[in-house]
Write a protein that binds this ligand. Structure first.
Ligand code: DAH
Length: 377
């Protein structure tokens, strides 16, 4: 045992008095509380917990005390240092949280900002899809044929066997182009209409080409419909015409099947239902197998299909063998040549192909609609 420390002089250990220790502790706590950022807290930490801080120096003095005083002082200093350590950790936590929150605000990346000042556009899906359909036929040797959108009534109706009083003229809600000023009130006086279908290109192709004729005619057409979810007064059709020696309805059917297989995949097929068009005889309505359920939803309530409303088939458009009257009107000998034709709307096909529910999305020109289709060429 060591002898009592005779040289103990309370004056020399002033630093270990309870008030002194409390003061050191409180100064440390005040300094931490006053630290406005992590840098200042680091400075306060060095000053109040570092090797030459008042509490560290006081701690070093304990050794010089007599045993009882040593225990008391040790406890006081220990408690004070522990309190300082806790306060430091707490303030450190607060300041770090503040910094993190500030960084999140100040350094936030606005992901909605345009990343590109000259963003690349996207071609409209109607354009790309129409080209894709036309390509199926170009690959088979067909040529692309075009005609005017403001079309002579003769091409739009007469050449196609719609006689002037033919009730079928009313089948299509025609925009008539007004004649020149002074030509009277009769809007049809100009003899020009906005074409109601792409079929007039059939007559133009027959008149302008050598036989045989194999053409595909994509284009814009017009009808007096209000714009709503399923109608638009301006829409697109694609028309096909083949006139050659010996063509039959089997050629038409094979061509349709090939088209739907090219566009919708292997195993696809079409079916024909009798119908009437003045320019084809016989005429048919053409359906394609539903490319989603492939007919499996029919009569099967456990497997309903939204795409075809569980009908198994999707209506595409009209088709048939070119009416001999059309051939005659276009100077083609129906005794030697026969032909087949079909036509359908592009918007409708695009809608069910991409689950587009509202036709207006296709005409409003919002890039948010076109962009997801990408830069498909
Ligand atoms: N032109 C018709 C329409 O717009 C569609 C059509 C039917 C086109 C039969 C054809 C065809 O080529 O053969 O309603």
């Amino acid at each position: 045992m060591s002898a009592p420390n005779k040289s103990y002089d309370p004056v020399e250990v002033e630093a270990l008095k309870p008030e002194e220790i409390e003061r050191m502790r409180d100064e440390a706590l005040a300094a931490f509380a006053a630290a406005a950022d992590l840098q200042q807290l680091q400075e306060a930490k060095t000053a109040h917990t570092g090797g030459s801080s008042p509490l560290a120096l006081a701690n070093r003095e304990i050794g010089a005390l007599p045993p009882q005083a040593k225990a008391d002082a040790g406890k006081r200093v220990g408690q004070a240092r522990a309190a300082v350590g806790r306060a430091l950790a707490a303030r450190q936590g607060e300041l770090e949280a503040e910094r993190d929150a500030r960084v999140l605000v100040e350094e936030a990346v606005d992901v909605t900002l345009p990343y590109d000042r000259t963003p690349s556009g996207a071609r409209h899906p109607l354009t790309t899809f129409m080209e894709r359909v036309a390509d199926v036929f170009v690959a088979m040797g067909y040529e692309i044929a075009e005609g005017p959108e403001a079309e002579a009534e003769w091409f739009n109706f007469d050449a196609l066997n719609f006689t002037p009083d033919h009730p079928a003229r009313q089948m299509q809600d025609t925009f008539f182009v007004r004649g020149p000023q002074g030509a009277g009130d009769d809007e049809s006086a100009s003899g020009v209409v906005l074409r109601t279908h792409t079929s007039p290109v059939q007559a133009r192709a027959l008149l302008g080409r050598e036989l045989p004729v194999y053409v595909v005619c994509p284009g814009r057409v017009y009808r007096t419909d209000e714009l709503d979810a399923t109608h638009t007064p301006v829409f697109h059709q694609i028309e096909l015409l083949a006139v050659d020696e010996g063509l039959t309805m089997a050629d038409l059917k094979g061509t349709l099947d090939h088209m739907v297989q090219s566009l919708f995949g292997a195993g696809m097929k079409t079916r024909l239902r009798p119908n009437y068009f003045p320019f084809t005889e016989p005429s048919a309505e053409m359906d394609m197998l539903c490319y989603v359920c492939k007919g499996a939803s029919v009569g099967n309530p456990d497997r309903p299909c939204r795409t075809c409303a569980s009908e198994g088939w999707i209506e595409l458009g009209g088709c048939g063998m070119v009416n001999p009257r059309v051939l005659v009107a276009c100077g083609v000998d129906p005794g030697r040549y026969s032909g087949f034709a079909f036509g359908f709307g592009i918007e409708r096909m695009l809608m069910f192909r991409h689950n587009i529910e509202d036709m207006r999305d296709m005409v409003e020109g919002d890039v948010r609609f076109t962009r997801p289709f990408g830069m498909e060429i």
